[in-house]
Design a protein around this ligand. Structure first.
Ligand SMILES: *Cc1c(COP(=O)(O)O)cnc(C)c1O
Length: 395
């Protein structure tokens, strides 16, 4: 081989060892895969034999992550995607492939998901109506009149933390022939497993709790047997797949999910009680509150003793300027738009997640100018308390 060919080919594609197995999955960056014979490659392309051929279809790092997310969500199969939003788009398309092109969605969903429904799916004839998923009779009526192809909700809503009866809603969707898609980003499979409750597709922004360290944008679609092939088929064509490096980081993150989330939930429970008793706090929203409007659902559907790691609270008599001054006084807590990271994050909905919604509509949704959301991290809770206390009451 001449130099120009050597620099391209030497060293690559040698089976270095068949006897050793790396203890953790490496980052596989290769895009194409070779076999002993072209006949074998032909069988793999035909789907007659399992194997990697081209990394848009599957790659070993992603496959390892997908096996992991399928296991922890009790699914049939998974797809790792480049973002939570890409996961949502694929999930909607898979659910509606052979169903009426209409979606019935919960009212209080992630802002960009509303934009996806209105600006991306609507122009292709997929219509969305919104329903109160916390009122089963109203939801049943809405399903009966709209006859949607799928119902969509989030297992824990943002930022007021409502919790829907996924098990009862799954009975309604099943009877109506509609798919049930659940965005379970806030809950994680530690709190609730929607597929066990009858949902068909679970979506995560892996950017949040799954990866957990503020260094990955990613998503996952975990499906039941009925929908998994459609999800993979769409992904093979559209190619919104997660990069192998992000896949590796997400898998590494998930290894400590149980430890992290347990600690985050414990911290959140302590913080909710502390905030409720704080003279500068008007109201606390927390799934650990016995007076939560969905307390019965939480008791029945959540894992015992865990209430999630997100809470929201209203600062007494605070206008926008004083909420912003409170945020500027925080020293350890990170004021960022994400959640689920090892570090505690604080978000101000009216300037971020709910910025595009009119003040009147926000008021109706219960999202007031003095409301902030805390995504509790794994720090020592005393330090989170000290930081909040210092910022809540300036010297
Ligand atoms: C962040 C988030 C998304 C979007 O995920 P990306 O990874 O940012 O694309 C969707 N749903 C919920 C509930 C989220 O918190």
């Amino acid at each position: 081989m001449k130099f120009e060919s050597q620099v391209v080919h030497a060293g690559d594609r040698r089976r270095r060892s068949t006897a050793s197995i790396p203890s953790t999955t490496p980052i596989h960056l290769g895009t194409t895969y070779l076999y002993e014979s072209t006949a074998q490659l032909d069988r793999i392309f035909a789907g007659e034999e399992q194997g990697f051929s081209y990394a848009r279809y599957a790659n070993p790092t992603n496959e390892a992550l997908e096996e992991l997310t399928t296991a922890i969500e009790h699914g049939y199969g998974s797809l790792a995607t480049a973002s939570g939003m890409a996961a949502l788009q694929i999930a909607f398309q898979a659910a509606l492939l052979d169903r009426p092109h209409s979606i019935l969605a919960a009212q209080s969903i992630y802002g960009t998901t509303v934009t996806l429904l209105n600006q991306v799916l609507a122009p292709f004839g997929i219509e969305t109506a919104y329903a109160d998923v916390y009122n089963l009779e109203a939801l049943e009526r809405a399903i009966a009149s709209q006859k949607p192809g799928c119902v969509f909700l989030e297992s824990v809503s943002n930022p007021l933390l409502r919790v829907a009866r996924i098990d009862e809603i799954a009975k309604l969707t099943r009877a109506a022939g509609a798919a049930l898609i659940v965005d379970s980003t806030f809950a994680t499979p530690m709190l609730i497993r929607p597929l066990d409750l009858g949902a068909n597709i679970v979506v995560h922004s892996a950017t949040k709790y799954l990866a957990g360290h503020g260094d990955v944008i990613g998503g996952v679609v975990v499906s039941d047997e009925q929908h998994h092939q459609s999800v993979r088929m769409l992904s093979r064509i559209i190619g919104p797949v997660l990069g192998p490096f992000e896949s590796y980081l997400t898998m590494r993150g998930i290894k400590t999910l149980a430890l992290r989330f347990q600690r985050q939930c414990e911290n959140a429970k302590i913080l909710a009680q502390w905030l409720a008793a704080h003279p500068c706090v008007e109201r606390v929203y927390s799934c650990s509150d016995p007076k939560h409007p969905d307390a019965g659902t939480i008791r029945e559907l959540f894992a015992p003793g865990l209430f999630g790691a997100i809470l929201s609270f209203e600062i007494k008599d605070a206008e926008r300027a004083s909420v912003m001054a409170f945020m500027d006084r925080l020293q350890m807590i990170v004021c960022g738009t994400s959640l689920g990271d090892v570090h505690t994050l604080l978000l101000y909905p009216v300037i971020s997640s709910h910025r595009e919604i009119s003040p009147k509509m926000r008021e109706r949704m219960g999202i007031r100018e003095n409301l902030v959301r805390l995504a509790v991290g794994i720090e020592n809770v005393d330090d989170i308390i000290a930081d909040l206390d210092n910022a809540l009451r300036p010297a």
